[in-house]
Design a protein around this ligand. Structure first.
Ligand code: F3S
Length: 394
């Protein structure tokens, strides 16, 4: 890989030990994937934030970096943490877990990272532009930024994202290169997609079929950004899909070569089968929306459904702190709280320790959450649309 004079200096330790260590990691990654050079990144999103995922070794590592003066060079956000960073007590998060989670946040803050924890940074003040190179980690955020925005990122691991944030560059390989953004499959959709969960079911099914490859959808005539984030998140979960194109909707769909591809047909039957497959439980003890983190529109939909009602069992909506504050101003949080629900910021159903909080069956409208809850949180899952899930808790 070609390195500039300045980069050689970093590698020789002239810019300090921390920079050398992290830059070395990026060079090794670049060598593995045959990158020709380093490219500057516009922003970074770091994963490995929840104490549940990184434990004591990860926390010690981050504290060590922070105390050794590691400081980020570009706008850097965080993936969801293991709890609501402000309301954790009220929501019942364990005290010792909270103590460690706050240590982690403190270390990130010292490094200059914006301590807002979300998998939808693009809804919370970190919006890349078309064709901008970025280094993001969380799989749904990677999918959305590549596909819906047309920015360029590989799916970074926690350490490589942190290294990109501190060095300001990433190796040029994979989805940073135009030739690698071409689709391998055409997905012909012939089904009525009404709810966000329909997009989640479609994504989950297609992810399983195309595994790791890039699909090109036709037949989706309309979809808002919430639905596209649901589609991408589910595909990322079931098939590690980091980029997709939708004819007429996503910015690179007109630019890529979509002729002569193997075609996969998806209709009502496949979607119904997916709903059945993702349902492993009945009668949820808790319903959690907001995977990926809810937009203001999604929170307003839940508020509308709960207005003047009272839930018998908990309903959470996970979102970013920024969106929660906007929802507060609109009065949505109050409506939801009056009905007995909670708008939960900074965390999500998968990275928070819900199994330790006594929940056994979780209702979700997200294909991604339905995919991970059984393994990560030992939950039975009820996968359904928002209307049915809210109805079931009343
Ligand atoms: Fe986000 Fe958690 Fe889902 S990180 S995409 S809400 S599993």
């Amino acid at each position: 890989m070609h390195l500039t004079k300045n980069e050689e200096k970093i590698l020789n330790g002239e810019k300090g030990e921390v920079m050398e260590r992290l830059f070395r990691l990026l060079v090794r990654l670049g060598d593995i994937y045959d990158a020709d050079k380093m490219i500057p990144v516009g922003s970074v999103q770091v994963a490995g934030v929840s104490y549940k995922s990184i434990g004591d070794p990860g926390t010690d590592f981050l504290e060590d970096m922070a105390s050794n003066n590691a400081r980020v060079k570009v706008l850097t956000y965080l993936n969801p943490a293991g709890m609501d960073l402000e309301n954790w007590k009220e929501l019942g998060f364990p005290e010792d877990f909270a103590k460690n989670q706050l240590r982690i946040m403190d270390a990130f803050k010292k490094m200059g990272i914006v301590v807002t924890s979300t998998c939808t940074p693009y809804l919370a003040g970190n919006l890349p532009r078309f064709r901008e190179h970025i280094a993001w980690s969380e799989s749904s955020a990677v999918s959305f930024s590549n596909s819906v925005i047309g920015a360029r990122t590989n799916r970074e691991g926690g350490p490589s994202a942190l290294a990109a944030a501190i060095c300001g560059v990433t190796p040029n390989y994979g989805l940073h290169i135009w030739e690698n953004r071409q689709p391998s499959f055409k997905i012909k959709v012939d089904a009525n997609l009404e709810f966000n969960s329909d997009f989640g079911a479609l994504g989950w099914y297609v992810g399983k079929q195309v595994k790791n490859k890039i699909p090109y959808f036709s037949g989706i005539n309309n979809a808002n950004t919430d639905q596209l984030k649901a589609l991408g998140a589910a595909m990322a979960a079931s098939g590690a899909v980091a980029l997709y194109h939708v004819e007429g909707l996503t910015p690179e769909a007109d630019l890529v070569k979509a002729k002569g591809l193997e075609t996969i047909n998806v209709g009502k039957k496949e979607l119904n089968e997916t709903y059945i497959k993702l349902n492993t439980g009945k009668n949820p003890d808790i319903v959690i929306f907001g995977c990926p983190h809810a937009s203001l529109r999604e929170i307003s939909q839940v508020a509308e459904k709960l207005k003047g009602k009272r839930v018998k069992k908990p309903v959470w909506i996970c979102t970013s702190r920024m969106v929660k504050e906007a929802a507060e101003r609109m009065g949505y949080n109050e409506i939801i709280a009056k009905a007995g629900g909670s708008v939960v910021a900074d965390t999500c159903m998968v990275v928070s320790p819900i199994e330790k909080m006594g929940y056994k069956t979780t209702g979700v409208n997200s294909g991604k959450a339905a995919n991970y809850l059984p393994g990560f949180c030992k939950q039975e899952v009820c996968f359904a649309n928002l209307d049915d899930l809210v109805e079931g808790q009343l």
